[in-house]
Design a protein. Structure first.
Length: 243
């Protein structure tokens, strides 16, 4: 599952890449700050491109929450849902079967821009964090859905069955986030899509040959260590794991 991401590009880079604009320029300094390691369980705000405002980047909290909740109930909801992943991921196969996802799947899809993300790899009964990014350091668009809870937006990253590459990386759960190829990003936000159209998009493959994957420090999994540092993106040369 995808519980850890990184985003190191300035907002302007994201705006140019997706042809969008930050919804409030007063937020620019905040989101220009790089997040080398964004731990989903901290439920920080990220920028997303929402279906309801496809020309803008808006702040949203990672961890989808039912729209029937109040903002004052969000923190408690995350605690209650911790064993289920705190709303950080949603299985794309259940998108139209689970009430929380179904309406959002039709009217509130989104793109989550990242420069990379992390997945666990098990080797000799030990877990190693693997950083996955584009080979040319390009921004990647992940597919997600969102809800509006009073005056805040909450989102989740969609996951799917692992491709051959991700089956090697995430070799226990055999899952991966749903990466959108550039030519499908605009279509993902198309408001006229039917359930059938959306299911077809969910089954589209991403060209894994464009990706680079390598082991990084185990500090990523250590909650007592501040891993939101540029060094967390460096290859761990002591680990002989290659993809």
């Amino acid at each position: 599952m995808c519980f850890h991401t990184s985003h190191t590009k300035k907002v302007k880079k994201v705006e140019n890449r997706f042809k969008v604009q930050l919804i409030d320029d007063g937020l620019r300094e905040t989101y220009d700050t790089p997040h080398f390691h964004n731990n989903g369980f901290e439920h920080l705000n990220s920028l997303i491109i929402p279906q309801q405002k496809t020309t803008h980047l808006i702040p949203a909290t990672w961890g989808i929450v039912p729209p029937t909740k109040k903002v004052s109930e969000v923190k408690e909801y995350y605690k209650q849902q911790l064993k289920y992943g705190s709303g950080l991921n949603a299985r794309s196969e259940k998108l139209f079967n689970y009430w929380l996802y179904k309406k959002s799947a039709l009217t509130k899809r989104c793109i989550i821009p990242v420069t990379g993300f992390f997945e666990p790899h098990e080797y000799n009964k030990k877990k190693y964090p693997i950083h996955i990014k584009h080979k040319d350091d390009a921004i990647i668009g992940l597919a997600g859905i969102y809800t509006v809870v009073e005056n805040i937006v909450t989102y989740t990253i969609l996951t799917k069955n692992a491709s051959p590459l991700f089956s090697e990386i995430h070799n226990k759960k055999l899952r991966q986030p749903l990466l959108l190829s550039k030519d499908l990003e605009k279509e993902w936000l198309n408001a006229s899509l039917t359930e059938t159209d959306i299911k077809l998009l969910l089954n589209e493959s991403y060209n894994d040959t464009e990706l680079d994957a390598y082991a990084v420090s185990k500090d990523l999994f250590n909650s007592s260590v501040d891993s939101n540092k540029s060094s967390i993106l460096e290859r761990d040369t002591t680990v002989n794991i290659f993809f």
